[in-house]
Design a protein around this ligand. Sequence first.
Ligand code: SAH
Length: 252
Amino acid sequence: MTVRVVFIGAGPGAADLITVRGARRLAEAEVVLFDALTDPALRSMAPQALWVDVGKRGFRHGTGQATIDALLVRYAQSHQRVVRLKGGDPSVFGRLEEELQALAAAGIACEVVPGVTAALAAAAQTQRPLTRRGSGRSVSLATAMTREGELQGGRHADTEVFYMAGRQLGALGRRLLAAGWGADTPVCVASRAGWTDALASTHSLAELGAAAVLHAGRPSIVTVGAGAHAVVAGAKTPARHALAAEKPVTAP
Ligand code: SAH
């Protein structure tokens, strides 16, 4: 069965963070269904294609995913090569499960091309490796928000990485303290990692709420524990600086 739909991870920001394979498949697209988080510069990689914005912001709450599933199936039935372009990696908090199921139910063959997920972009941006010899043996990728809109935060790995914490940084900090992390645990917050206007700041867990202002309204990754502290001595922002939110690790 020939592949009709290719899911492509666009990476976290700048268009050159897409994989070579992703760029090649994109160049062959007739139709591209894309999300809000993907870089508009990616459009120049497929100028021949019809670009359809399916960013959920354009849909009313609750109907978004079903509409996207239906559009995907409809375009795949009328075109040879449909690309579903997603921010970061399609397999990480990308609703890939639902879309694969919808296509499978319609008998449409797919391929998935991986991308650089935001957690990895944040680690690269801040030069803070997620694993550390001896102290960081495990990494957890978690969403700070449940489907019901509740905040969650636990202690499952040496390095805990949270997506979708939004403005809830103070509350997330309190959840993590309650889950057993120490008040002086290092936390690194990186927003728009991989973009030219990326920002990052470091905090102690007890002071995580201070990061909310700096990163307000920007997609952010919160890295907690072993992978959060600087590896280079004399890094610009000390891990426990009281006003770390006003002193970004990296500025535009
Ligand atoms: N599939 C995507 C994640 C989608 S969920 C991936 O693999 O990266 C959306 C969340 O990802 C945002 O709320 C934010 O927490 C995070 N995110 C996406 N892009 C980001 C970026 N450039 N910098 C920091 N966080 C980002």
